[in-house]
Ligand binder design. Structure first.
Ligand SMILES: [Zn+2]
Ligand SMILES: [Zn+2]
Length: 446
């Protein structure tokens, strides 16, 4: 079984010799690609859950050090003091010029891999609840890390072609959307050179390997988790008149919440309210005294998000009041302070500039303008409330033939987070490295 011990072998060969200016980026990538695919497989076989990226971050840091970067480890501070932050920040200064931040995430998911690939993860561990789970890079953060390591090597080898500062961020805990915030909270913007631009990529099974998909404007939604405790008065199932039934009330509230997006929000402002969990009661003939709901709320604009949160509180409490729940038993609406993330807004000017760079590097046919999604990412924290122009793009990772078949007649292909998700290492990694490196070379050109 592959483990991260392989790092020593990879380290020895990861020092790219300085390239002459004539050497094309393509030739450099071709020289490194075998090693990068090996690195990818190594990372894929050894995934670690969010908040536990100890070996992954050490491996990532060591590789960057070997490529000539000044590396700081364990950057970040989580709300729960028992969680170590395995954030990595690697800096390469190369004279005066702007600063570009490149970010990858480090964590994997509690998913048992079913791809049967030779480098499939066989890792099992216990999650925070003590349950045994399989662990898999089912979101492709191993693709991101490897693309970033390749880019780091290219930029080290091509130092004569750029000037300024490159910061490579290995962010922990993206899947739990608290890693970026933890790094910002730990003084990221004061301890390291302040970026003028921030870029990231995410692999996608909806795009063919070899392509990229830039998204202008809002790309990912903000995400806010909410717990609602609906309180009633319990009693015998045969005597509803002497109880206040929180189950019927919960049903009314779930339906009432649906009208916030459909009737109170402008159809031109995307928004989602999903009740993802509802729990109450123990037996046929008992009216319980409590029902608990879990909601996720998605929006692009902050003012829309605020309106949704206020609407959820008002509708929930209003329906409870109408059902005769006394004020002292009003529902408790708790907005999570940890399971939240801002929207990811791709600066239109930067996106246009880098789209042109991608077209030049990869060819027009391999650059596909992508639509925004209501999924969430915590990369937006690195924009410092949209004060730093940021850009996140999709990196195609699917076998083009399978994609063509799916588009023509199905069946659906495994999505991100599926136990069958299997990005094609080549040319996905080559494209990731080329797109990222070309972007930096343009932003920091002499
Ligand atoms: Zn994910
Ligand atoms: Zn992801």
């Amino acid at each position: 079984m592959r483990t991260l011990i392989l790092s020593t072998i990879l380290l020895c060969s990861s020092q790219v010799c300085p390239a002459s200016a004539q050497q094309s980026l393509d030739a450099l990538i071709s020289r490194e690609i075998g090693l990068l695919v090996e690195t990818y497989k190594t990372l894929h076989a050894a995934p670690e859950l969010s908040h536990r990226e100890e070996k992954t971050s050490a491996f990532f840091a060591a590789q960057l050090r070997a490529s000539g970067y000044t590396v700081t480890e364990r950057v970040g501070r989580f709300d729960r003091p028992e969680w170590v932050s395995y954030g990595v920040v690697a800096v390469m200064k190369n004279g005066d010029g702007p600063t570009v931040l490149l970010r990858t995430d480090l964590d994997a998911l509690p998913v048992t891999e079913k791809t049967e690939l030779p480098y499939a993860s066989k890792i099992r561990t216990r999650n925070d609840a003590g349950l045994e789970v399989g662990v898999m890079h089912a979101c492709g953060h191993d693709v991101h890390m490897t693309s970033m390591l390749g880019t780091a090597r290219m930029l080290a080898a091509l130092k004569d072609q750029w000037r300024g500062t490159v910061i490579i961020v290995g962010q922990p805990a993206e899947e739990t959307i608290d890693g970026a915030r933890a790094m910002v909270k730990d003084g990221f913007f004061t301890r390291f050179p302040k970026p003028d631009f921030a870029i990231a990529l995410h692999d996608s099974p909806d795009f063919a390997a070899g392509t990229v998909g830039p998204i202008p404007g809002y790309a990912f939604a903000s995400s806010t988790n909410i717990d609602i405790k609906i309180r009633g008065v319990g009693g015998h199932g045969s005597r509803p008149e002497s109880a206040k039934d929180p189950i019927v009330l919960a049903a009314q509230i779930v339906l009432g919440l649906q009208t916030i997006v459909s009737r109170e929000n402008s159809p031109l402002d995307p928004a989602v309210i999903t009740v993802g969990s509802i729990h109450g009661g123990t037996r046929y003939n008992i009216i319980p005294d409590e029902v608990n709901l879990q909601l996720t709320v998605r929006a692009y604009k902050e003012e829309v998000r605020q309106k949704l949160l206020a609407g959820i509180e008002r509708v929930t409490k209003g329906i409870a009041g109408a059902a005769g729940i006394p004020a002292e038993l009003a529902p408790i609406v708790k907005v999570s302070e940890t399971e939240i993330t801002t929207a990811t807004y791709n600066d239109p000017v930067l996106t246009e500039r880098l789209t042109a760079v991608f077209v030049k590097a990869l060819g027009q046919e391999n650059v596909i303008k992508a639509a925004p999604v209501m999924g969430s990412e915590d990369f937006g924290y690195f924009s410092l409330d949209q004060k730093i122009p940021t850009m996140m793009f999709w990196l195609g990772a699917m076998d083009p033939l399978k994609l063509k078949q799916r588009n023509e007649r199905g069946p659906e292909l495994p999505t991100l987070h599926s136990p069958l998700f299997a990005p094609v290492p080549e040319p996905t990694l080559r494209t990731g490295v080329k797109a990222m490196t070309s972007a930096v070379l343009d932003l920091l050109k002499k």
